[in-house]
Ligand binder design. Structure first.
Ligand code: PLP
Length: 390
């Protein structure tokens, strides 16, 4: 693989203390050493197929398409993966890198707990020691995932600083990494963080777009008109988008969590409403938390920043970034469940909601691919409580 300097235009980079620079340099070397290595590729492919369940389908949602009455809607079924979302693609890839370095201890951060569960899963699979940092507030909100991680053998460390949510959990994981990188691998969960993480995460998530491209060519004989994914940190989105970036006829749309509306203070639309700055060691758009209370109905989209490559696509116009409110996402959640028998994650419901809106305004011969980043089993309790409170 060609060397990459870590900058997407002016975005990205590695703005970190000296102690961390050495750790990141080592990680970069490990990545380049193995990413084109035949044994590594074979092992990654083996577990992707036999353990994760790839390739997953690109499903034509016939009844949803008929209901919307416009462009054809295809769903990339990351929800079918083992552990229920795209996160396992990256956790598996990084765990295999850790296995090849001499790092026996894995650490990770988690917000809603989905990345924590994916990390604890691959650590169980490969017999690795696993520590997950999680905000104390998030631990209370996501007690099922905390229990799952513990079942899988991980230590879950509560972080009580600040708002006690994802941002502080990342701070703690970075501190641990600086102190212990000689024997510790930091398995970061989204296309964020200092270089080389956005590049590494993109590489392992690009399987989504590579498969989708092959599958749509098989089923329709041409590329799609639009590809759409939700954007939290941006890993499922970049995984779908990246293999299509050079295909100029394919329009790319990222959907941010609009929460209670972009004019309110309660959302997490970092690209639409954020400012350029440095958060967690990389330059990108981020929301100022003194002005906004970071909120989304989907816990996995609750991050004040966004991956640097998305900021770059926004700046260059290669992709458009829009937003969908909590209410619109919820409506799409119910619609897909009733019309197709697929319960989507609330995160994915954002992409779906925009896809449906767009499809209704397009001619019937247009093709849209929506990334169904995860399944909604994890959200059923939350939905049930909401229904009971109405
Ligand atoms: C974590 C998560 C997301 C958001 O993360 P990205 O890095 O933006 O992909 C989206 N969908 C699901 C199902 C998730 O679990």
């Amino acid at each position: 693989m060609e060397r990459f300097n870590g900058y997407f235009g002016e975005f990205g980079g590695a703005y970190v203390p000296e102690g961390l620079q050495k750790a990141l340099k080592d990680l970069e070397e490990i990545f380049y050493k193995y990413i084109d290595d035949e044994d590594f590729i074979n092992e990654l492919n083996y577990y992707s197929k036999q353990y994760v369940g790839r390739e997953n389908p690109l499903y034509f949602a016939r009844r949803l398409t008929e209901y919307v009455g416009g462009a054809k809607i295809y769903l990339k079924r990351e929800d079918i993966n083992h552990t229920g979302s795209h996160k396992i693609n990256n956790a598996l890839g990084q765990a295999l890198l850790a296995k090849r370095s001499d790092k026996k201890r894995i650490i990770a951060e988690t917000g809603a707990g989905q990345h924590g569960v994916a990390t604890a899963t691959v650590c169980a699979l490969f017999g690795m020691d696993c520590t997950v940092y999680m905000g104390a507030v998030d631990m209370k909100r996501q007690e099922h995932n905390v229990f799952r991680m513990k079942l899988l053998g991980a230590k879950v460390v509560p972080v009580t600083e600040g708002n006690a949510t994802l941002k502080e959990a990342v701070d703690k994981a970075l501190e641990d990494y600086i102190e212990n990188y000689n024997d510790t691998f930091y398995l970061l969960g989204s296309a964020v963080g200092p270089h080389p993480y956005p590049m590494i995460v993109r590489e392992f998530q690009s399987i989504i777009g590579k498969e989708a491209k092959r599958q749509i060519l098989e089923q329709e004989g041409r590329l799609p008109d639009y590809i759409i994914a939700c954007v939290g940190g941006g890993s499922n989105a970049i995984g779908l988008f990246h293999p299509f970036v050079e295909d100029k006829e394919v329009k790319i749309i990222g959907v941010e969590p609009g929460g209670k509306g972009l004019d309110s203070k309660h959302h997490a639309a970092a690209i639409s409403k954020g400012e350029e700055g440095i958060l967690h060691g990389f330059k990108s758009y981020a929301l100022d938390e003194s002005k906004y209370s970071i909120h989304s109905i989907a816990a996995g989209l609750d991050y004040p920043g966004v991956g640097p490559e998305h900021s770059y696509y926004k700046a260059t116009g290669r992709a458009d970034y829009v937003s969908i409110t909590d209410e619109e996402a919820l409506e799409a959640f119910y619609k897909l469940t009733k019309l197709e028998g697929i319960i989507p994650a609330l995160e994915s419901s954002h992409a779906l909601a925009y896809g449906m809106k767009l499809a209704s305004s397009l001619p019937k011969d247009n093709i849209i691919i929506v990334n169904l980043s995860g399944r909604g089993d994890k959200d059923v309790n939350q939905i049930m409580e909401m229904e009971n409170n109405i």
